[in-house]
Design a protein around this ligand. Structure first.
Ligand code: IPE
Ligand code: IPE
Ligand code: MG
Length: 240
């Protein structure tokens, strides 16, 4: 694809929200919304790769989403399992060459068989460079910071570092996004004006774009609109 945008965010983070409302509007079960949402997720991944976005991070399941009914949680986990199986095959067949896939979030608390699939997909895609895809599963910003702080304290206790070595960079390097740039643009479909515990440290200077479209209806044209709006923003980072 030829170059489509003059200004392209290096890292886009998306909160895939609105699956339940989309289903409800159609008289369907919430789980049907998740099914369509999962398909849209794969389409948007490919579109991001085509237009040259280098990092894209999707919020798929939060640490708070366990509060939902067992039926809904099981349905989401099954969709995730199916996705991982497909990715394992594609990575193996080299079809999806170019996707480096990583998962952000706590592994503990996730079904064991899913964790082993996640590890496998991460390992097998580790040398791909076309696009970096992060999927936040069992992810919460506060939980991420708690884990990072624990690691740092252990390093101090082991005498590896001292308290004065704690810098912003050191903290960033102990988060699930270690080594990756902060998001330039955070997109939330479905019209909610909140971060819902998503990338709170990393979002310090992200541009935020709220869209009314529900995630299962989200298309590449909606992403184009968000990118065009981003291009008009004046990012000052505290300067003038
Ligand atoms: C996002 O859609 C998917 C997850 C949080 C897993 P929702 O299920 O939150 O959809 P709404 O917000 O109820 O419409
Ligand atoms: C955020 O959506 C989490 C994901 C999209 C995975 P929620 O639907 O859980 O957020 P709230 O409850 O509306 O804040
Ligand atoms: Mg929601």
């Amino acid at each position: 694809m030829e170059k489509k945008f003059e200004v392209l965010p290096e890292h886009i983070a998306i909160i895939m929200d609105g699956n339940g409302r989309w289903a409800k509007n159609r008289g369907l079960k919430r789980t049907e919304g998740h099914k369509v949402g999962a398909k849209v997720f794969e389409e948007i991944c490919e579109y991001c790769a085509e237009i040259g976005v280098k990092y894209v991070t999707f919020y798929a399941f939060s640490t708070e989403n366990w509060k939902r009914s067992k039926l809904e949680v099981t349905a989401i986990m099954n969709l995730f399992r199916g996705y991982l199986d497909r990715m394992q095959e594609r990575v193996l067949e080299n079809e999806q060459a170019g996707y480096r896939i990583r998962f952000l979030g706590a592994r503990e608390g996730m079904p064991k068989d899913i964790v082993s699939r996640m590890d496998d997909v991460e390992r097998r895609s580790a040398d791909k460079t076309r696009i970096n895809i992060n999927i936040a599963v069992n992810y919460g910003s506060r939980d991420e910071i708690v884990h990072g702080v624990r690691d740092i304290v252990r390093e101090i206790q082991n005498g590896k570092i001292s308290a004065d070595d704690i810098t912003e960079e050191l903290i960033s390097s102990h988060l699930y996004t270690a080594g990756q740039p902060d998001p330039d643009l955070i997109i939330r479909p479905s019209g909610e004006y909140r971060l819902s515990n998503y990338l709170m440290w990393q979002a310090a200077y992200s541009e935020i774009y709220i869209d009314d479209v529900l995630w299962p209806d989200y298309t590449p044209a909606d992403l184009d609109r968000a990118i065009a709006e981003y291009a008009k923003r004046n990012r000052r980072f505290g300067g003038v």
